[in-house]
Ligand binder design. Structure first.
Ligand SMILES: Cc1ncc(COP(=O)(O)O)c(C=O)c1O
Length: 390
């Protein structure tokens, strides 16, 4: 293992990989609860949880114990064999799923969960086209990228992407115009994340379901970022609208890579052996971590706590009425603070003050903290934001 610390470690990390990510110039080496430490021993309040992944915080005792136990029992078990822990995880996940979603395909990441949802929609309908939303983000594999709107991600691959139309998010009339007899699925985030934390207007998700079904198309909700984070299990439950297919990942196993594509029995019935698959999907290690995560969310009142702290944090941010803040949007602990200036320097200012956050588009500071943050943590983040805004 490399012995380098601080700046040397950051440089080595850059030297060994292609320059695909905007680097933050610190090396994170340890975490506990809502706190992270860098290689120089500096402490940070984690208000981003690895892009929304560590929903129970770092080194959560129950998840850690489940990982230890499973690592010393059985790491891998291909889907051609049944697995005790996989079955327990699936039972738990499907017991909290929106109505009608009774089966799941397991994979290893968000984009894989979306890729599977799209493939299943193409197979189930026999139609080629998808309709998605502007500002939407669904991942970078070739199928998920077709649903993703951002030009800079799409343009290098334009020639190989599936047919997709992108309509303004929240505009039912535009969606109605775009969906036709060739549409396999309408694909949406029930709250847009990467695009800037945008909530759907009331009634929009119900309209979307009605429009899709009237045209014989399926509805796919991408809950990869919203899942578990908006004060309830899934963001679509706020609107009481269930999709036909739902993609999950990020927080599902509190940091162990996992993806899940939930579907109706009718869609599952159209899938034949060999149509899709993956070696690591449903591995016992991820299943054990996911089961421990879901049981903790269910048993420890974490979702109710996150709704309460989320309301508090949103209230505190709105109460600032800061001249450099245009709007505060969010639900639960998925929160965007749109600025009247570019967010990059403010993000860096937060980091310098020991608070790690994210951007969502060029103008928005995004908070996706672990669901276990306290009001005191929220206050610390707000104070750091005020200081970083100057
Ligand atoms: C809504 C949404 N869908 C899909 C993805 C892609 O997930 P992954 O990065 O695990 O492939 C993300 C990741 O940020 C996301 O936020």
């Amino acid at each position: 293992m490399s012995q380098a610390t601080g700046a040397a470690l950051v440089q080595r990390d850059k030297d060994l990989q292609p320059p695909l990510y905007a680097k933050r110039d610190i090396a994170l080496v340890r975490g506990a609860g809502v706190t992270l430490w860098d290689s120089d021993g500096r402490e940070y309040l984690d208000m981003m949880s690895n892009y929304g992944v560590n929903i129970l915080g770092h080194a959560h005792p129950r998840v850690t114990a489940a990982i230890h136990h499973q690592a010393s029992t059985l790491l891998n078990c291909h889907q051609s064999f049944a697995s005790d822990v996989r079955v327990a995880f699936l039972d738990k996940l499907l017991s909290v799923a929106p109505e009608g979603l009774t089966q799941a395909f397991l994979s290893n990441s968000g984009t894989e969960a979306m890729e599977a949802a799209l493939k299943f929609a193409w197979v189930a309908t026999g139609r080629p086209k998808i309709v998605a939303a502007r500002r939407g983000y669904h991942g970078r594999t070739i199928g998920a990228l077709a649903a993703t709107a951002e030009k800079k991600y799409r343009d290098p691959f334009a020639g190989v992407l599936a047919e997709a139309a992108h309509v303004p998010y929240g505009d039912s009339d535009a969606l109605f115009e775009a969906v036709d007899g060739q549409t396999a699925a309408v694909v949406l985030e029930p709250i847009q994340g990467e695009g800037g934390v945008h909530l759907p207007p009331p009634g929009y998700l119900a309209d979307v379901r009605q429009i899709a079904h009237a045209a014989g198309a399926l509805l796919i909700f991408d809950e990869i970022q919203t899942g578990f984070r908006t004060g309830t299990w899934f963001a679509c439950l706020h609107e009481s609208v269930a999709p036909d297919l739902m993609a999950l990942s990020k927080g599902l196993a509190n940091g162990v890579p996992v993806g899940a594509t939930l579907m109706t029995a009718a869609i599952a019935g159209t899938l034949e052996g060999g149509v899709h698959g993956t070696t690591f999907g449903g591995n016992p290690l991820a299943a054990a971590a996911a089961l421990a995560t879901l049981e903790t969310l269910d048993g420890d009142g974490v979702l109710a706590h996150s709704a309460e702290v989320g309301d508090y944090l949103i209230g505190q941010l709105r109460g600032l009425e800061h001249p450099r803040i245009r709007e505060v949007r969010g639900r639960g602990l998925m929160i965007g603070v749109e600025l009247k200036q570019r967010a990059t320097s403010v993000l860096r200012g937060l980091q310098e003050r020991g608070v790690l956050a994210l951007m969502a588009g060029p103008l928005t500071i995004r908070f996706l903290p672990p669901l276990i943050i306290t009001r005191a943590d929220a206050d610390r983040a707000v104070a750091a934001l005020v200081a970083a805004l100057g």
